[in-house]
Design a protein around this ligand. Structure first.
Ligand code: AMP
Length: 603
């Protein structure tokens, strides 16, 4: 963690500082502390950073600071591999620039109508965030002008490489003015990414947040994979289902400490927050109350909880993933004090999977996957806890007044002790109902690429084929073979865009990966013909996605995808596929069902 640095020390202009404060950011993350001064000084930068480290603000804040507000043409271009990331980055720019007058950011990705995009482009935007294919389309059409561009950012460069976008990225880079600033972020640094950096970056600073290895003993560590919008639900389950004396919940922002403390308070927890806005007296009072068991749950930011030493804390919940392994070790070190055992639970979204692995490597300890307590478990725990309180009451209290009342009521109401006890139990449990197993439906683990929920009406449901395998290091790009358990039937499909339209394999992979949300590893052999192309895809694409893909445009051509009727041996007319769901039956010279996709065609 950056121990003492503040955002104001980073010399960011006032409107940006105000936005960051309003968002509840207390201190810059390590990647921000390292990158912001360099980018503010106009230098090029190569940053090795994963999602979850705060990399978006690391480039957005300094580049916004260098923007000319009077100029309404694109000054910053961010290239991102997926539409989810493009939207996320555009939203981040909007949030950081909220106090910059007349600021406009425009996300441009495939699947959106060109008409709307053209309208927005005409209105003018200083920042464009887009997927490479769509940006290239606009450059080709002359609808996007980059001559006023001051900076270009390649976000998740290794991911763009993996998805086959890298040729497009190069073409776009070549179309930008020579003097522009370049920032490139990548979770891994394969040789192709280094080659691009060498070609396009001038005297680039390379930033890598080192993961110091340090071990943490006596602390059992587990993680839960979930979408961001499932976190609050998951938190309340963990607090109900886990045994602990006191717990500390770590979040990233001041606002989140307050919001979550309020929500837990409303659910009956003895909770308080600990953040950088509190003065020393307030902070000390909160810690005293925690030690005295007047509070059982603390919601804190990293900085506010630094050095906290309270033996009662036996559970640490990482609600927001820490920026790096060092912060993680600091956090979980709040438990297991004075030789006691401690537990740590980490919430991870699919996009943060890499950061989880980095933390595991740095701490040299596996973090075990856990499932959230089910409704049955929560019900059992509530029943046990009630029974315990009941036993204590029977043992410790003089109940003669109440026994007399029961004797009286049994007669007057002409009922039994069992009925009386059941009715009283029913009344006593109302605030914390006991019969709740069914009120806690299963929280399903997300599998898809992004961690954003689908936007209604924006696109068809996700097509999930399981988790993407981890990929590391300097491996050359290739169309990877699917993992064995994911091998299914593949069909050859025909799409109505070909060489004469200037299409490249990368365009097709990108469009299908983004539009159908099919991981690129499930996109097989692509053959380019003059007037059309063929592509191998899983045979069981859901109908709505298949229908959606028909309407997708690549290089200005509607894909009009159909099951390939006669193999790819040459040009021929299309067999109409109609509304039919693509069949998994062998089709012409296409691959046999069950055959794995072969290496992708490269031009
Ligand atoms: P990123 O790694 O850019 O995807 O950012 C991950 C999350 O961290 C986003 O939700 C950001 O809003 C949040 N974030 C980024 N920087 C900070 C900061 N300095 N303090 C608190 N939260 C931050």
């Amino acid at each position: 963690m950056s121990e003492s640095l503040t955002f104001s020390q980073l010399a960011l202009p006032e409107p940006l500082l105000r936005a960051v404060t309003e968002l509840g950011y207390e201190t810059p993350s390590p990647i921000q502390a390292a990158a912001i001064p360099k980018l503010l000084a106009g230098e090029d930068l190569l940053g090795q950073a994963q999602t979850g480290t705060g990399k978006t603000a690391a480039f957005a804040l300094p580049l916004l600071a260098r923007l000319d507000p009077a100029q309404n043409e694109p000054q910053i271009l961010v290239l991102a591999p997926t539409r989810e990331l493009a939207i996320q980055v555009a939203e981040a720019f909007q949030a950081y620039a909220r106090f910059m007058p007349a600021f406009h950011v425009l996300p441009l990705y495939g699947g959106q109508s060109y008409t709307n995009q053209l309208k927005s482009l005409k209105r003018g935007s200083q920042v464009i965030v887009g997927t490479p294919g769509r940006i290239l389309d606009h450059l080709d059409r002359g609808t996007l002008k980059l001559d006023k561009l001051r900076a270009i950012v390649l976000d998740e460069a290794d991911e763009m490489l993996r998805m086959g976008f890298i040729d497009d990225v190069q073409t776009i880079m070549d179309a930008t003015p020579a003097g522009r600033q370049v920032a490139m972020f990548s979770a891994t640094m394969p040789s192709q990414i280094r080659a691009i950096a060498q070609k396009h970056l001038k005297n680039a600073h390379e930033i890598k947040i080192e993961s110091k290895t340090s071990t943490v003993e006596r602390i059992s560590q587990r993680y839960v994979m979930l979408d961001s919008n499932q976190k609050l639900d998951a938190l309340t389950r963990v607090l109900e289902g886990e045994e602990y004396d006191a717990s500390i919940i770590f979040v990233r922002t001041k606002s989140a400490t307050e919001e979550i403390a309020e929500k837990l308070g409303a659910r009956g927890y003895a909770v308080a927050c600990l953040n950088g806005d509190m003065n020393q007296a307030n902070r000390e009072q909160t810690i005293r109350r925690l030690k005295a068991s007047q509070i059982d749950v603390i919601v804190a930011t990293d900085v506010a909880a630094r050095g906290l030493d309270v033996e009662r804390i036996s559970l640490v919940i990482n609600y927001d993933i820490p920026y790096d392994s060092e912060a993680y070790v600091h956090r979980i070190g709040r438990t297991g004090r004075a030789g006691r055992e401690g537990k740590a639970i980490l919430f991870v979204s699919p996009r943060e999977r890499r950061l989880l692995r980095t933390i595991e490597v740095a701490t040299r300890q596996p973090i075990e996957k856990m499932s959230l307590p089910t409704g049955e478990v929560i019900e059992q725990r509530r029943i046990e806890s009630f029974r315990e309180t009941l036993a204590n009451t029977i043992e410790a209290k003089n109940l003669s007044f109440f026994q007399d009342l029961i004797n009286d009521w049994r007669e007057k109401l002409e009922t039994t002790d069992a009925d009386l006890a059941a009715a009283l139990l029913f009344m006593a449990q109302k605030d914390q109902p006991l019969n709740v197993a069914k009120q806690f439906p299963e929280i399903r683990e997300p599998h898809a690429r992004g961690d954003r929920p689908d936007r209604a009406g924006d696109r068809p449901a996700r097509f999930e084929r399981g988790d993407r395998p981890e990929r590391s290091g300097d491996r050359p790009e290739r169309a990877p073979r699917p993992r064995r358990e994911m091998q299914g039937n593949y069909n050859t499909y025909r799409i109505e865009v070909g060489k004469e339209h200037g299409v490249r394999a990368g365009d097709i992979v990108g469009a299908i990966a983004n539009e159908a949300n099919i991981d690129s590893q499930f996109i097989g052999n692509i053959k380019l013909f003059d007037h059309f192309s063929t592509v191998e895809l899983p045979a069981d694409i859901p109908t709505e996605i298949f229908q959606h893909l028909k309407k997708v445009y690549v290089r200005k051509q509607k894909l009009n995808i159909s099951v390939d009727a006669g193999g790819s041996a040459g040009e021929r007319t299309e067999r109409p596929a109609g509304d039919r769901r693509p069949s998994s039956a062998p089709t012409g010279a296409g691959p046999r069902p069950g055959a794995a996709p072969k290496r992708r065609t490269r031009e």
